[in-house]
Design a protein around this ligand. Structure first.
Ligand SMILES: NC(=O)C1=CN([C@@H]2O[C@H](COP(=O)(O)OP(=O)(O)OC[C@H]3O[C@@H](n4cnc5c(N)ncnc54)[C@H](O)[C@@H]3O)[C@@H](O)[C@H]2O)[C@H](O)CC1
Ligand code: K
Length: 463
């Protein structure tokens, strides 16, 4: 069972059903879920008084199990319900609680609030009065826990269907759901804790996990570690940031091909003066290049378009970012090379692939399958999708990354890791992870250049 698996509501129900078919008794699974959640709440809150809000479905059933377990531990606990329990398991859990059940709309506040109103079965936003009451109770509590999901978020896509308060902790039952990692729902979850249910889970969508990186081989040399070429353009700073990131990513050597030769910067980067597209082809005629990055600072004029064309025809493994994606989206004569890594933000994604339906995970996966490229669908939540259906979701990046140049650093990291791994999906996942980790290592209000200085520590932590 993978602790990183992300399942939709339907996949979760199928996994639970498979467990039932294999002989697991439904109520036993609810007991397992409730006890595991109770342990998490107990470790955090001990005997501080608790109000558990129980909804009409199995999420509410979890809540009744939690209430009974906490009462057994001597915790002053109250239960307030929203409607009658409608499932067999929830009715059994309520009967086993065998205590008073208040009305959620009139229940007095408590030091700790547990939201067991709705989980993966939510079908629409909460009624306004219910949503307002939930917010009032959570916002007046010292600690708040959402069972499986904050009530009011849409499990499969992370949409917020009604007003949802910010929780201190969300206890994911059995597996992560997309809403735990996709915005805007993820932001409301607070600290994410997974409560395994020990039932078999399969999913080709995973939470991005920390990569295992390796030192270069003892007989490595700069070309065996990989030569990255970066095509520059009118905005020198962007391709300089990307080149510096590639140089600090583990690649062996970085060659920047641009019209300008900067005075300062990292001397390890080789700068080659390339004034026009026709000079670029010669520079790219080098089989030692194992990753070619085009886009940061490329520009959108005719010569930029020509340089992109030369790069696309070069046959080298490609990372396409920024202006390269804009040019690809505008010019139907250009096609996305399969096996490339593309790093679009929302606007670039839509220009390239149009308005696709369903969740960000579904959209990224559809784009990867259609284009044959690895898609790094950037944002506060980044989704990495491979053409074969594999998806990794990074949902906890620092919001300080919303500053100029951080995309250039990510693109450079992707090119560098592609040079090291020669595996586009793995390289993209490693780059997204290192980029996010480097951001957490920087002080607040950092600039993109600061990320470069944090990369060695981020890599060292993964060796
Ligand atoms: N399947 C299992 O044995 C286990 C499930 N777990 C927990 O169960 C929930 C999913 O339970 P489910 O009954 O499918 O849905 P919910 O409890 O989330 O609630 C659905 C319930 O509520 C009604 N409803 C939906 N939206 C609204 C709304 N906006 N207003 C009012 N009522 C609404 C709907 O008709 C249903 O009756 C899962 O998240 C887990 O918490 C256990 O964890 C493991 C065992
Ligand atoms: K809930």
């Amino acid at each position: 069972m993978s602790v990183d698996a992300i399942l939709t509501a339907a996949q979760m129900r199928a996994a639970e059903q498979a467990a039932f078919d294999a002989g697991v008794e439904p109520y036993a699974l609810m007991e397992r879920a409730g006890r595991t959640a109770a342990d998490i709440i107990w470790r955090a809150g001990h005997r501080r008084d608790l109000l558990i809000l129980c909804g009409p479905g199995n999420n509410g059933g979890d809540g009744f199990v939690i209430a009974r377990v906490m009462r057994e531990r001597g915790v002053p606990v109250r239960v307030a319900a929203l409607g009658e329990s409608r499932t067999d398991s929830a009715q059994r859990a309520k009967a086993a609680w065998d205590g008073p059940v208040e009305d959620m709309m009139t229940a007095a506040p408590a030091t700790q609030i547990v939201d067991a109103l709705f989980g993966t079965g939510l079908s629409r936003g909460l009624d306004d009065a219910v949503a307002d009451r939930l917010c009032a109770l959570v916002n007046s509590a010292a600690a708040s826990y959402a069972v499986d999901l904050p009530s009011g978020v849409e499990s499969d896509g992370g949409a917020v269907l009604s007003t949802v308060p910010s929780f201190g902790v969300t206890i994911a039952l059995g597996a992560w759901k997309p809403a735990h990692l996709l915005q805007p729902a993820s932001e409301l979850c607070g600290r994410l804790i997974l409560a395994p249910l020990d039932i078999p889970l399969t999913s080709d969508v995973q939470r991005l996990s920390a990569p295992h990186l390796t030192m270069p081989a003892v007989d490595a040399h700069k070309y065996s570690r990989g030569l990255v070429a970066v095509v520059g353009g009118g905005m020198a700073g962007a391709s300089l940031l990307a080149s510096e990131a590639a140089a600090r990513s583990g690649a062996g050597v970085v060659r920047r091909l641009a019209a300008d030769i900067p005075g300062g910067g990292t001397h390890a980067i080789i700068h080659r003066k390339v004034m026009h597209a026709d000079a670029l082809a010669g520079e790219l005629d080098d089989q030692r290049i194992v990753a070619l990055l085009v886009g940061p600072g490329l520009g959108l004029d005719a010569d930029a378009r020509a340089r992109l064309g030369v790069a696309l025809d070069s046959g080298h493994p490609l990372v396409l970012d920024a202006d390269a994606l804009t040019l690809l989206g505008k010019d139907d004569t250009l096609s996305i090379p399969s096996g490339a890594i593309l790093t679009p933000h929302e606007g670039e994604f839509e220009r390239l692939f149009g308005k696709l339906p369903d969740s960000k995970i579904d959209r990224a996966r559809a784009a990867a399958k259609a284009s044959g490229a690895v898609i790094v669908y950037k944002g506060a939540d980044s989704v990495v999708a491979a053409p074969d259906g594999r998806v990794a979701v990074e949902g906890r990046a620092s919001s300080w990354l919303s500053t100029a140049g951080t995309g250039d650093v990510l693109a450079g990291l992707a090119a560098g890791r592609l040079a090291v791994t020669c595996d586009p999906f793995r390289a993209a996942c490693e780059a997204v992870w290192l980029h996010a980790d480097a951001a957490w290592r920087c002080r607040p209000a950092f600039v993109a250049d600061d990320l470069l200085g944090a990369l060695p520590a981020a890599i060292a932590a993964r060796l």
